[in-house]
Write a new protein. Structure first.
Length: 297
């Protein structure tokens, strides 16, 4: 077992990236049942009860280990952490800000912490704060990004050299080639997001999945959100935003996310996705994704 599989308690060091509101229990359970580590998302959750219900729904579908993502910019993150502890979740990722405030609380509850970082300096800070592992997320990744980012090819080995913790690579990974490349860079595991959106178990609307499948390698763009950016698919809405030069804040509210990600209204909100979308050509099961990645025939 690698340090990552030992930390997570799963067979393969493959983590489901926390994709906003579309890490539904069926997808989380499918990833864990296939030997990976499923993660529930809490970024847009507005009530601890919703988080508890999602955990319990996932437990009904799998007895394998799974975790959750805590998004620091959500002010309810500490309350969500309490729910996770009460429900017996043993490992989480923390993203969208510094994990410093959450780590002591999580450790006191017996929960291991994987800090998602965009730079070497942030990785060192997370290690000093007590993180148990680092997720080094390169600029190829979909979703929220900082203003200063580097590619996975550069970031992962730089972080591996800078910290003494297990490093998990994220960004631009969606098949066995990316998986092997991440391990060659020194990572001990991978976090995969976009590839799992385009799977049968994911609750994302078919319009979302179809755009991913049809995307070229140039089919995503960084959209300005003011304090941060989001890598998203080049839909008509995103093209308008890029041409207008304004902030896209109204296209990333909880309401816009539900309308676009779950109901398929492509004019309502932006659709986050990584550059790996350009390599995705079909919609398999989560198990098929994992087994291809690790070379299971």
């Amino acid at each position: 077992m690698s340090r990552v599989t030992d930390l997570l308690g799963c067979r393969y060091p493959i983590i489901l990236g926390a994709m906003g509101v579309i890490c539904n229990p069926e997808l989380v359970a499918a990833v864990s049942e296939a030997g990976g580590f499923g993660l529930l998302a809490t970024a847009f959750a507005k009530d601890p009860k919703v988080v508890r219900d999602q955990i319990r729904a996932t437990k009904q579908l799998t007895g394998k280990p799974f975790g959750a993502n805590l998004y620091v910019m959500n002010p309810l993150a500490p309350e969500f952490a309490e729910v996770l502890a009460q429900e017996g979740v043993k490992c989480v990722t923390v993203s969208g800000g510094s994990p410093r405030e959450l780590i002591p609380m999580l450790h006191d509850a017996g929960i291991k912490v994987m800090a998602v970082v965009p730079t070497v300096d942030v990785a060192r800070s997370a290690e000093a704060a007590g993180a148990d592992a680092i997720v080094a997320e390169g600029a190829e990744s979909g979703g929220v990004q900082g203003l200063m980012v580097s590619s996975t090819m550069v970031l992962v080995p730089a972080v591996v050299d800078a910290v003494n913790l297990p490093v998990i690579a994220a960004g631009g990974i969606g098949d066995s080639r990316g998986y092997r490349a991440a391990l060659a860079l020194g990572a001990e595991g991978v976090q995969v997001g976009t590839r799992f959106i385009a799977t049968r178990e994911c609750m994302a609307h078919e319009h979302y999945k179809t755009i991913i499948v049809k995307a070229k390698e140039t089919g995503t763009e960084l959209v300005d959100m003011g304090r941060f950016r989001i890598r998203a698919l080049r839909t008509g809405l995103v093209e308008k935003m890029l041409n207008s030069g304004g902030s896209a804040g109204q296209a990333f509210t909880a309401e816009a996310v539900e309308a676009s990600w779950l109901k398929g209204d492509l004019d309502a909100g932006i659709l986050p996705a990584g550059e790996i979308a350009g390599l995705i050509s079909e919609i398999p099961s989560a198990r098929e994704v994992i087994e291809e990645m690790v070379g299971v025939k």
